[in-house]
Design a protein around this ligand. Structure first.
Ligand code: 6R9
Length: 636
């Protein structure tokens, strides 16, 4: 099916998608290979949440990502992998080769007892084998749960246990910049803590040795030798789970967002094709990690469903220097480039000399995702990377939405710095006030909700459907609540203002304040803590922790030791991405008489605003505010 090519197409499609959503999405679904056609397009209830798309339909998503392309694209590059170390050789997989690798690894999983419906956790570096393993799970109907390689053993263990995985896929080590992450040893500790894991299959990324548990640990390459290359795809129901991906919410425990097969397939392909305007011979590069939803939808599934050529990159933007991205764009003639504002800001700070060394004239479309992009970063990206001629698609979406929701369509919808602009066809955003009433009109702000289902929306939070209902469908009755605040301007364009719940966005990574507080509170001698986000030049938001320690601890440790140890505890419990930027030891937290922490005040102090706290007369002990303020100023 064709793409949206101009404003009129957009208007027509948008109208169709609202007037008759079922016909609209059924037409999109027709593009794929179904083993059995669906009986019903949509069935849903937002009050007692449940949703089903393409019910009765049967398919396998990997037949659509791989087998379907073998006729016309078998020798086309599917994945062009670039190693962390620029001296290492690239690895290229054509569609035919990728198909074969996926089938073969599917047999490895089967050979190790993995069956349809089983959960498989993946804790891997950004190597082609990660994408292959994800697809192999999907091919045999196992539910994959990828855990970002930056998470600690404890965080990994929590996720393995929650998913109830019996197989873990990892690598001995994972190179990232000038560091090498000891994935296997972290995995060993996590498996010990989590229990339930019977097999650990280890990809050999480097030559260094690792600890080995006989009977449990298996080398990836040795397992491949034991199996055949062909593997029939398991036939799945449209609503069978495809994957679980953990994300942070406003409570301490990360939740396993579950996506299913048919709707996710239809929506990721549709959005990939339209938002980026991918054309047959384009080279597309999304710099995300497959450990996040962006990597799932726009490195693995969306591009492969559309038969695209993708770059997959193992490293980081600043290694060996801040020109790394641009050097790869130049060398591989990348046409479509999709990254995060935090990366743009970090590179911007390094100066233009790293950009000017490279030819960037292959670029046609630029994208951003993960957090609000500030105007300076947008302008820099537009001018210095896109040379003023590439549209920037500022794509707003979430782990829970599965695919891009509000975004310009490259070259079709106008762009506007800091605005995600307009909803894609099929998406009906509304702004609601605190009482849940829709705010109509233009030039208004409110809580961003979606009032009608779309195919790739979250189905449940793994093992706890009540939590799913409570988190997304109970704050505002009859709507999906995103957790974001949003403005609709005079042109009707949407601008995401950031989270309105207790979720921070640090370098584009979602982290719950409660999650970080729980980690801090595990440090012996901490009485309680409160964590808030504050504006950070590169990371978007930084983490500010206010910590109350018990007096015996204060007697034996220096403040600076305490801070270091508290930070180390957070790294140990969650990972480096959650390490507080600032820790302030305080004698108490500003609490109301009913014991509620007044975060509003803590946020102000973290921002460096030392007055205008509003009404603090309801505080149990107003003098606390003064002492925190003094402490903050001393710490500066
Ligand atoms: C895809 C992804 C989701 C949260 C979301 C919002 C923020 C994402 C954004 C954006 C402003 C954008 N967010 N894209 N804010 N403009 N273009 O990032 O998923 O990790 O679940 O985060 O990220 O606050 O609610 P996820």
């Amino acid at each position: 099916m064709s793409r949206i090519k101009n404003l009129e197409d957009y208007a027509v499609d948008y109208r169709k998608s609202v007037m008759d959503p079922e016909a609209f999405w059924a037409a999109q679904a027709e593009r794929f290979v179904w083993r059995k056609r669906w009986e019903e397009v949509l069935n849903y209830d937002f009050l007692d949440y449940q949703v089903e798309w393409f019910k009765g339909g049967q398919l396998n998503i990997t037949e659509n990502c791989l087998d379907r392309h073998l006729l016309h694209r078998s020798d086309k590059t599917a994945i062009h992998w670039v190693a962390n170390d620029p001296r290492d050789e690239d690895r290229v997989y054509t569609y035919k080769q990728l198909h074969q690798a996926v089938c073969q690894f599917s047999n490895v999983l089967k050979n190790n007892g993995v069956q349809k419906g089983d959960r498989v956790c993946l804790y891997m570096p950004m190597v082609p084998e990660l994408a292959i393993a994800v697809l192999a799970c999907a091919r045999i109907g196992a539910i994959h749960s990828v855990i970002f390689g930056g998470f600690s053993a404890q965080a990994l263990a929590d996720r393995i246990a929650d998913a109830g995985a019996k197989v873990l896929l990892t690598a001995n080590f994972g190179p990232r910049g000038n560091k090498v992450i000891p994935l296997k040893s972290i995995a060993d500790e996590a498996v010990e803590k989590a229990g339930g894991v019977e097999k650990v299959i280890v990809y050999q990324r480097t030559t260094e040795e690792v600890n080995w548990v006989q009977g449990r640990d298996l080398w990836w390459h040795e397992e491949l030798e034991k199996v055949e290359v062909a593997c029939e795809a398991e036939i799945m129901d449209a609503e069978d789970p495809l994957f679980i991906l953990y994300t942070s919410g406003s409570t301490g425990k990360p939740k396993g967002v579950m996506h299913t097969t048919g709707g996710y397939m239809v929506y990721t392909a549709y959005t990939f094709r339209n938002v980026f305007q991918y054309e047959e011979n384009d080279v597309y590069w999304c710099t995300a990690d497959i450990g996040w939803i962006t990597g799932h939808s726009y490195i693995v599934y969306g591009p492969l469903l559309e038969g695209a050529t993708s770059v997959m990159f193992e490293g980081i933007p600043t290694y060996p220097d801040a020109g790394r991205f641009w050097r790869i764009v130049d060398r591989l003639k990348v046409n479509i480039f999709y990254t995060a504002p935090t990366a743009i800001r970090a590179l911007m700070a390094q100066g233009l000399e790293y950009v000017e060394l490279y030819k960037l004239d292959s670029l046609k479309v630029l994208g951003t995702v993960g957090e609000p992009i500030n105007r300076e970063a947008w302008e820099w990206y537009h001018l210095h990377i896109g040379k003023g001629r590439c549209p920037i698609v500022d794509t707003w979406w979430q782990t829970e939405t599965g695919g891009i929701m509000i975004s310009p369509i490259a070259g079709v919808l106008p762009t506007k710095p800091t605005y995600a602009t307009l909803p894609l066809p099929g998406i009906q955003p509304v702004l609601v006030d605190a009482e849940g009433n829709e705010i109509e009109g233009k030039g208004v702000e409110g809580n961003l909700c979606i009032k009608y289902p779309w195919p790739s929306m979250i189905r449940t939070t793994w093992g706890d459907h009540e939590r799913c209902k409570n988190t997304y469908f109970s704050t505002f009755k009859g709507y999906y609540f995103t957790g974001d605040g949003c403005r609709r301007d005079e042109d009707g364009y949407y601008r995401i203002l950031g989270r309105v719940d207790d979720v921070m966005n640090v370098s584009g990574h979602r982290l719950g304040t409660a999650e970080v507080e729980n980690a801090i509170n595990m440090y012996q001698g901490v009485v309680e803590s409160a964590v808030v986000g504050y504006p950070h030049e590169i990371k978007g938001q930084g983490i500010y922790a206010y910590v109350v320690c018990d007096s015996s601890k204060l007697e034996v440790s220096t403040i600076s030791d305490l801070k270091t140890e508290i930070m180390a505890t957070v790294v140990e419990k969650i990972g480096k991405i959650a390490r507080p930027d600032k820790v302030q030891i305080v004698r108490g937290l500003p609490k109301t008489r009913s014991g509620k922490i007044m975060r509003r005040i803590l946020r102000k102090i973290a921002e460096g605003q030392m007055d205008n706290f509003g009404d603090i007369s309801t505080l149990l002990d107003p003098s606390i505010v003064e002492s925190i303020k003094e402490g903050a100023q001393k710490d500066e």
